[in-house]
Design a protein. Structure first.
Length: 174
């Protein structure tokens, strides 16, 4: 009789253990739950390990990968040429996206002659997203966009336009 009672309790105890979290398969690892490098999903990285498909690029001034529309990367103090280029590029973005005065902020990461690389943010500035990277060139005194957005960009058009190699970093071959 006692054996029969004991055997009838086994299924009840098993269910109770499962519901109470005593199932070893259901346990979560303790401590850090950050993904390991093998678990990180993404695309191609540049020479510095920055995930360009997610919009990250290397910032030499800050020595780290960042999204230039979230955190500006300015190499040097603002020169009159840099300030004028920044203002002109903000106008290019305002025209392209139908934005008003003060609704576009450009940060120039690299400026070499008639070529610029950086980030752009669009109002409202307190919301996530709302920006991207850009590559621009000056032609006939006017700035034009070779690329703007998030993620990767093709190498060939940049090579054709004569972009310096360090500004093409992170591009992909088609």
């Amino acid at each position: 009789m006692r054996t029969r009672t004991l055997f009838s309790l086994i299924p009840i105890l098993s269910i109770a253990m499962l519901l109470s979290g005593c199932n070893p398969a259901a346990r979560q690892p303790a401590g850090n739950t950050e993904p390991t490098p093998q678990e990180i999903i993404g695309g191609e990285t540049d020479d510095h390990g920055c995930l360009s498909a997610a919009g990250y690029s290397w910032c030499p001034a800050k020595q780290k990968c960042l999204r230039t529309w979230e955190e500006p990367c300015e190499e040097e103090e603002a020169s009159p040429e840099r300030t004028a280029s920044k203002e002109a590029l903000e106008q290019v973005f305002r025209e392209k996206y139908g934005k008003g005065e003060g609704e576009v902020v450009v940060s120039i990461q690299r400026l070499k002659g008639d070529y610029a690389r950086g980030g752009v943010r669009f109002a409202p500035f307190d919301e996530p997203g709302g920006g991207g990277n850009f590559l621009a060139y000056r032609q006939g005194g006017a700035w034009k966009l070779a690329f703007d957005g998030n993620g990767g960009f093709p190498c060939t058009p940049l090579e054709t336009l004569g972009f310096p190699a360090d500004m093409r970093e992170g591009c992909y071959e088609e």
